[in-house]
Design a protein around this ligand. Structure first.
Ligand code: AMP
Ligand code: MG
Length: 391
């Protein structure tokens, strides 16, 4: 059995990022990774822009009354030529006349008829956002490999981008195994439990930007499993098995992968939960066999599948973000496996939650952290600095 660290390294080494790219509208590009540099096609701002509601003034340096000759609001195309000691009323976002040398805040001005008095002179070019202050035309807006978050989408929209060239979405199939699985909405028959993993994995994938996911539910039957995997190998980039990967008589995923000549990169990891984790590959299709116990399934998704997908899709091999916190109560790791624990972090204080069983999701629903207790640590003391992954 290999360690968590070895398993992670194997996944990282084996994943070959896709080279397929596609154009996607900005509306549908959240979490995608840019396949080419994006250069600005305009200056932003495109014109000298007022940063304040106030008065754009051609201020000559003396304390004259200043003549007010008009008004420019945001979106107005009207141009004004200001002689020395002339001003226009101006509003945030409006184009500043080219001969204005400052925008004075309205709070610092008093207005009498068509003249203004400036009480506080803010200084040369104050409150004027110069053309291209944020980015100049032709300059690099966002680089290849950048993951488009919400701000990226807004920024690209602000420079007029409509579509982006991004790495294609992986086609993913979740094969949920189990004779015992019923669907929410159905009445449970004796011996049945509801299928939580399919929807949980599909949701977790979508939440990370991987929306192209099909679910196939199969019974614990050797030939069905062989055929389903055979089909899936020719249609999908990633197969995620749920359950059926352990050593029971009704666990057929491993045997069916073998029958389909899928190469195993590893099977079984010294970790709790998630010992029977499988990772393999046939040609360009990768396979994760996740344990059926729901909490184990989700933890293996976060720790192994997520960084895999991020790298596959053109990004870096990173999953959940790691932070350091301080343990509220001591913890003893028993056995010879590393532990992943459901935790709750508040103001850097880490609480290890009750309900650590790999079958239990309720505690996971309240968790905002996964605490990793490596093999090298068998006891953690209250107050110890501990790394955790933020969910
Ligand atoms: P397995 O890995 O197939 O041996 O399943 C281990 C445990 O997880 C069993 O108690 C299963 O009933 C349960 N399990 C397997 N798949 C699912 C699923 N999709 N949803 C909920 N529980 C599951
Ligand atoms: Mg099973």
């Amino acid at each position: 059995m290999i360690t968590v660290e070895e398993a992670k390294t194997i996944v990282e080494d084996k994943v070959i990022p896709t080279s397929q790219v596609e154009n996607r509208s900005l509306q549908k590009a959240l979490n995608s990774i840019l396949a080419e540099n994006v250069h600005a096609q305009i200056n932003m701002p495109p014109f000298p822009q007022s940063a304040m509601d106030g008065y754009a003034v051609n201020y000559s340096g003396k304390d004259y009354d200043i003549e007010l000759i008009g008004e420019v609001s945001a979106g107005s195309a009207q141009k004004f030529f200001l002689e020395p000691n002339q001003a226009v009323r101006i509003f945030t976002g409006a184009e500043v006349p080219s001969t204005a040398n400052m925008v004075v805040r309205q709070e610092d001005v008093s207005v009498v008829n068509k003249t203004i008095k400036v009480h506080v002179v803010p200084g040369e070019l104050a409150n004027i956002r110069p053309v291209g202050e944020q980015i100049k035309k032709q300059n690099l807006a966002l680089p290849v490999g950048h993951r488009l978050n919400e701000a990226s989408i807004g920024f690209l929209a602000s420079i007029g981008v409509e579509t982006v060239s991004v790495y294609k979405q992986p086609k993913i199939v979740v094969i949920a195994t189990g004779n015992e699985l019923a669907l929410p909405g159905q009445v449970l028959k004796p011996g049945q439990v509801y299928d939580s993993n399919s929807l949980m994995l599909q949701t977790a994938l979508a939440n990370k930007g991987f929306t192209n996911c099909t679910i196939i539910k199969i019974e614990d039957c050797y030939s069905t499993t062989v055929n389903t995997i055979s089909e899936a190998l020719s249609h999908y980039d990633l197969i995620i098995g749920s359950g059926g990967i352990s050593v029971g008589d009704y666990d057929f995923i491993g045997k069916a992968l073998e029958a389909n000549k899928v190469t195993s990169h590893f099977y079984k990891v010294k970790q709790k939960p998630g010992k029977p984790l499988y990772f393999g590959q046939k040609n360009q299709t990768y396979v994760f066999g996740l344990p059926g116990n729901p909490a184990a399934c989700l933890t293996c998704f976060y720790i192994y599948v997520l960084p895999f997908l991020n790298k596959w899709a053109g990004g870096t091999y990173t999953g959940l973000t790691e932070f350091t916190g301080y343990l509220k109560k001591e913890y003893t790791r028993r056995g010879d496996r590393a532990h992943f624990l459901k935790g709750k972090v508040v103001n850097s204080e880490i609480e290890i939650l009750d309900g650590q069983s790999s079958a239990m999701l309720q505690s996971y629903a309240f968790a905002n952290a996964i605490i990793y207790v490596p093999l090298q640590k068998s006891h953690l003391f209250a107050g110890d600095a501990v790394k955790y992954f933020a969910i």
